[in-house]
Design a protein around this ligand. Sequence first.
Ligand code: SF4
Length: 220
Amino acid sequence: MSAIFDSISEPISRRVTTGLTKIGLVLRSRAWKGAGSAGITPTQGNALGMLRDASDGMKLSAVAKMLGISAPTASDAMNALVAKGLVIKKAGPDRRSINLILSPEGETAADRTREWPDFLADAVETLDADEQTTLLRALVKVIRSLQAAGDVPVQRMCISCRYFHPYVHEHGVNPHHCAFVDAAFGDRHLRLDCAEHLEAAPEVQAATWQAFTSRTESAT
Ligand code: SF4
């Protein structure tokens, strides 16, 4: 009987993409709504959120890279935030570069931008623990593929981190190891944006990816 559905269904990759596109549209609409009430643009809101995690501030080039936007677009966004008093420009440690850091008002605004996707977190929480872990692992793989294709900048994910060692422990629930905290962890702990992330060399990332994807089960 399933053969009938095989013949009348679009490939599952297409339907998953349709679902992701629908979620993307809602996210964009919520971001515009949240940004509008805060008097900023979604790009400015995303920049605030990123700077909130960077206690030492960030250079303009790093902001552009992490947001996947051009340097002039990042410069416009940051100048607008400086003019609003949400971001401060400070001399970097070498005294030649400029670091962008949040003002106290910027920290408050950044905390508010983090509430924009709360509606989606509520929806994800309707999944059981195994489903959430499987979804997280799948997202890591999709984002990594987009990264490899050059469609998104390198993200601060475990999979590209120098400290990540997949499947080095026998423990079924926590088979991976983070050398930064020197502890075992499982798929449910995989990070998509870790402040301690240190990008591994390309050949190390390739070997890590091979080891991570050689096992298909998600450890919950
Ligand atoms: S430092 Fe962060 S990104 Fe790197 S392996 Fe540990 S938890 Fe993952």
